[in-house]
Every structure is written in structure tokens, then in C-alpha cells.
Design a protein around this ligand. Sequence first.
Ligand code: NI
Length: 394
Amino acid sequence: MLSQIKTLAEHLAPRLLEIRRHIHAHPELSGEEYQTAAYIAGVISSCGLHVKESVGKTGVVGELLNSSESKTLAIRTDMDALPITELTHLDFASRNSGIMHACGHDVHATLGLGTAMILSELTDALPGNIRFIFQPAEEIAQGARWMVDEGVMDGVDAILGVHVLPSIPARTVGIRYGALTAAADELEITIQGESGHGARPHEAIDAIWIAAQVITTLQQAISRTQNPLHPIVLSIGKIEGGRAYNVIADRVKMYGTVRSLNSDTHENLPQWIENLVLSVCSTYGAKYEVNYRRGVPSVQNDPTLTKILESACQEAWGSDLIKIIDEPSLGAEDFSVYLEKANGCMFRLGVGKSEAKNYPLHHPKFEVDEAAIITGVVTLAYTAYKYLLLTNSK
Ligand code: NI
């Protein structure tokens, strides 16, 4: 099966480059992927997949069905771009001004399409079903929720995902056991004090000074009251308040992001933060409001599926082209929303160029080594096959 997949992939390589370059040249923002979705739907329907469009606004779902009795593996790729003006000099650079595929989602969508093209040629040998999920709006961490709410995970037994990574070389696959990305939540804290003359602070309740205490208390309490092996990053990124240089501020509003990896820690964060804010504010007579919004959970890779992925890569590429990733990222990824419904695994696909500077994701000069596309489709297709073979023969 592996050699058939590799041969088909080599055969498809020029077509996959064409697809990737087309998507790259026509990037669309989160939730507005109309042309991209129509293009993707066209390609997969020509491979004979059952296609559903407008799933979760602009999402596309394609199914390769064998039998309702066997297991279904989902493969999720995202397809939205960023509000960045592209500064590469590629022939196929963005034609949509101010929008760029700077996070590699053009490559991801191509990988989903390439895998669908390959597996649709091998349906008879496929011991189960595959559902291809082309997701919108990953960059605003909403598309996965839109699609899950419309039932894309119904009947799915496991899910695979992929994200490019420029810091590892093309042709290499990055594999991570356990936590891959962090839970990312949003925090708003309002401190309500009492205004007064700047010369007579004792007659007022200084919301700016209390806000400073709150920030300091939160940072110190992370170090003294939270398990250091379960990291938390709390960053206040915006603060507003005050009226004039000689007027004590009556109100301060702060906005921040809170990242964590451990699910118990994540669960307890809103109450823990509120208790600290309460203790500071009540000491100094201020009122407060804490608004904690859950964003996306942490991506936790399933050990069994990760092992299947690793052994597929071992067979396909050998250990020199496998990079076991030692540390999770505190970035966020809404692939975790699918993992509330089924076990899954997301891997990193190396796209680094060997003889050029590799700019990071979200950089206006971000580029990929397109050799990675073949690595990506073969890895997805063969891991999917191995998963179905192992689970359906039990
Ligand atoms: Ni991304």
C-alpha cells in the first residue's frame, strides 16, 4: 500500500503544486473563504467524493465511504489566510491586496486535496471510511466550532490534523506525544474605584494603583500558588483608564490572554483569577468585574494514534526524517475542538528551506519548501490507511 501511495503522490506532484499556488495567489480571510471553498469542492467532487458545501459557513466536507459498519477517520485541514500584505517575490504571490497565506493554510488545504485524490484511487483497498474536513476561520479560532456544531464529527472515530513548521526542514515530520498546543482564553478585568483630586489620594479610591496591584498579584500568585509543572502564561496586553494628570482614576479596564496546558488548571483558572482580584479590590475598597471567556482548549494528541503516525512515518521516511518534538507550544489551535468529540493527533510538517532564511509563520516573507507537500500527503494517506487497518481488524 505504501508504495502505491508514494507512486500516486509522485504522479500527482505537478498538479498539487498548481493547486497550492492557485490557493496561495487567491487568499481569503477567516469566514470569507468563498472562492477557496468552491475551488476545493470542485477538486474533490471530480475525485468522486460525496461533497457537502457551506458546512459551518464556508467549510467543505468530502467523504470516501466504504461501509457504514467500519470505522471513520477524519482528516482536517484549514484554508483561511491572514490580513498581512505579502512581501515575497513569488510568481504566485497574493493577488488579493492586504491578504496573505502566511500561516501555510494554502499548503494544508492542498494536503487535504492531495490525500483525497490518492485515497479515492485506492478506495477498494481502504478498510474503512475517510471524511475530509476543509475548515474555515482557524485564525480567529472559530471555524472548528462552526463545523462541529453542524455535526461534522458525527460518526467519526478519530481525527488527524497537520500544521506546517518552518523551523524544521522540508521532508521532515514533527511528532509530539501529549500536549501540542495550549488552551487560550480571554480575560477582561474592570476595576471600579472613586475619583478625586490627585493631591488628596486618601479621599479617593485609585483604580490605577489597584489595577497595578492586581497585575502584580496575578503574576506573583502564578509562581507561588500554581504547580510550576503545569505552566500558565497570563499577559495583560491592553489597559485603559484615567482622565487627567491630576485626577485620580475611578475606572480601569484591562484585557489579556491566558494560556495553559493542563486541563485541571484550565478548569480552575476563572475562579482562581476572580478570587485574587476580589482579595485585592476588597482590601482597598474597589469594586470589580472579571469577564473570563474560554477560547480553545489544549490540543492533546492521543498516544495510540500518535504511535500509528510515528510507525507510518518510520516505514515511509525512516527515523532520520522524524523529529520527535520535546516541548508543547503555548500557541493555540482550534483542532482541539474536534478532540472534544473523538481522539486525534496533529503533526507538524517541516517546510524549512535548506539554503534560505526561513521566516516564521505570520511573517510577510513566510515561504515554504514545496517538497514538503509530497511528504505531507503520503504521511496523511498512509497513516489513515494504517489506522483503519488496525482498528477495523480488531
Ligand atoms: Ni495556522
